[in-house]
Design a protein around this ligand. Sequence first.
Ligand code: 4NP
Length: 153
Amino acid sequence: MINVIFVCLGNICRSPMAELIFKKTVEERGISGSFIISSFGTSDCEEGNGVYPPAKRMLESHNVKGGHVAKQLSLKDVINADYILVMDSGNLFDVLRLTGGKFSEKIFKLCSFTSAPRDVADPWYTRDFERAYEDISDGCNAFLNYLIETRRV
Ligand code: 4NP
């Protein structure tokens, strides 16, 4: 089993979008049994809240189903994960602060697996949920291709 966790700041927009998109992707390929997939926020500011309604609507418009309740990332979550996929440089900084610089070998920016490495801009501020959806989908597909090409799944 490969334990994958997606991480953003609030855990109500980007990382739950990534969790639900990646779950759908591996289900469609018939390999969901090989994964444990979840998401977390570096902050506790949205703890207990559901997916932000505009993000949820964007997922539904692409036929991505499911929900999520926001929770803050802990050191234990990082220790138990095989891959920690963050959305932007700020998330990367915050996760490495939590770990004291440890486990950097399994912490990646999601879109670092794509042909155009970039941050997933926070739609909480940009209001561009379509762009976030496209960047996250691109990152999830590229990450899965990396796992397949390197025979990890
Ligand atoms: P996310 O977006 O990190 O993609 O979930 C945010 C959601 C909430 C806040 C910031 C970013 N907030 O400050 O409450």
